[in-house]
Write a protein that binds this ligand. Structure first.
Ligand code: IYR
Length: 228
């Protein structure tokens, strides 16, 4: 075992006032993020996507194993393949083919205000689909042998950092989770020990994009935090 070599760690020391101002500015900025379902076809610099994935890849992870992979899909053929498979699953979920829906009545009622349905045009119109995979094993080796830890937590944090960075770059985002989504492994050519977690759709919002009014209602601080 190599000796762990601790290296010094410092951060620029801000004044309290500056720290408060920066935290508030960040909160104000992140509060403007919306889940957007209507994208423009306008291209987006690849460098933004690369920087956002770099940010996501700096997330904390169990034993620093970094158990994630980001498959960036930009080709029209791959996007169409993903849309076709995702919509087939969504039609089963919503019962859009005339069969009994896979989703419970309660679930469908919870989604009613969002206005979602089995149609997912954004999977083709948006310039980039970032398919996020969680590595249950592997990632350090190439044969999937390493055991990873806190995989869901690690990948969830990385996705949050990805979304925050894309938002900071002025892009609209959408987390899309067709279920089941094993087909993404095949389309993206990923190994069987990787589990698709979500598609992060990124691009500019369509000129006539809207969001459901309900999406603007966020729980107040007093409801989501307690101080002990
Ligand atoms: N995957 C479906 C359903 C869906 C589920 C939840 I929970 C949402 O917050 C939104 C949608 C779809 O994408 O339509």
């Amino acid at each position: 075992m190599p000796e762990p070599e601790p290296i010094p760690y410092t951060l620029p020391r801000l004044t309290d006032a500056e720290g408060i101002a920066r935290a508030k500015a960040m909160a104000e900025s992140l509060k403007q993020r919306r889940t957007c379902r209507w994208f423009a076809a306008d291209p987006v610099p690849r460098e933004i996507i690369e920087a956002a994935i770099t940010a996501a890849g700096s997330a904390p992870s169990g034993a620093n194993h970094q158990p994630w992979h980001f498959a960036v899909v930009a080709s029209p053929e791959k996007k169409r393949a993903i849309r076709e498979s995702a919509e087939a699953e969504e039609r089963r979920f919503y019962g859009a083919d005339g069969d009994y829906p896979k989703a419970s009545a309660e679930w469908l009622a919870a989604l009613a205000d969002l206005g979602t349905d089995a149609d997912k045009p954004f999977l083709e119109t948006a310039p980039y689909l970032i398919v996020v995979f969680a590595q249950r094993k592997g990632g350090i080796d190439e044969d999937g042998a390493t055991q990873n830890y806190y995989v869901n937590e690690s990948v969830g944090i990385a996705c949050g950092m990805l979304l925050a960075t894309l938002h900071q770059a002025g892009l609209a985002t959408l987390t899309h989770t067709p279920s089941p989504m094993g087909f993404l492994r095949e389309v993206c050519g990923r190994p069987e020990w990787e589990k698709p977690v979500m598609i992060v759709v990124a691009g500019h919002p369509a000129a006539d994009a809207t969001v459901p009014a309900k999406a603007l209602i966020k729980k107040p601080l007093a409801q989501i935090a307690s101080w002990l």
